[in-house]
Design a binder for this molecule. Sequence first.
Ligand code: CP
Ligand code: NVA
Length: 301
Amino acid sequence: MATRHFLTLLDLSPTELNNLITRAIALKAELANGGHNDPFKNKVLGMVFEKSSTRTRVSFEAGMAQFGGHAMFLSPRDTQLGRGEPIEDSARVLSSMTDIIMIRTFGHEIIERFAQNSKVPVINALTDDYHPCQLLADMQTFTEHRGSIQGKTVTWIGDGNNMCQSYINAARQFDFELRIACPEGFDPNSDLIKANKDRVSIVRDPVAAAKDSHLLVTDVWASMGQEDQQAERIKLFTGYQLNDQLLSVAASDALYMHCLPAHRGEEISAELMDHPDTVIWDEAENRLHAQKALMELLLTQ
Ligand code: CP
Ligand code: NVA
């Protein structure tokens, strides 16, 4: 059977994704009740990070340890990747010594080229275009607090970035309506919107977009690699903040999420970030449980 990868949410079927969320919730309970039985003993996860990370690194590394396996952190600074060894050669070599690999990098085509040359499953741990692992955690969090997201309305506020584009794929796979409120010039990929126009729409006005919504989501205005645009973007994104005003027009039981790291007072208000009822910390923790379910699925194919 061909090696399966997880480069976007479209690499798993809707049924597989829903089963994965159920399994993540079960693994979370199992961990709380004493842990697992070393199912990945002697398995090795290679972790290639070309961008910074807190949650992704810790969740993959902790998850592999809790499963009895080993995780290996590889940065371009200390490997030949940083000295220009072709990605195809790196994929052949790394996949000959590990059982599964995750990569965080810049262009999405880099991870596609890596996967084409890998003998073992490759997981997208964030590219400029997609962050599918975060969506697994977000979907798990919504399910835990509110049940199935199928048929609900989700509003994205802010930049049409890798997280926003992953929400477009999630709308398709988990079957919900997605309204995207982003300033002009910061839309997600137009082909992606067109391909999902039955479920996804651009609504420029954040208040109109948030009306009666069941989930409001945002992310930083300048992503990794866009640090030089930070000051300019703060001006252009004024009015696109996730705050009490937006939450007040949403459904009465609406949740709000942020993948973190966050900038209080920019894309999200300090009040919402620090609210005692926020599920944002569950969302971060669920990276651990959802990715364990993902590794289990890919390693037991
Ligand atoms: N949300 C997320 O991917 O966080 P890190 O950048 O800290 O991994
Ligand atoms: N859009 C952000 C997500 C960080 C987890 C970035 O790419 O930097």
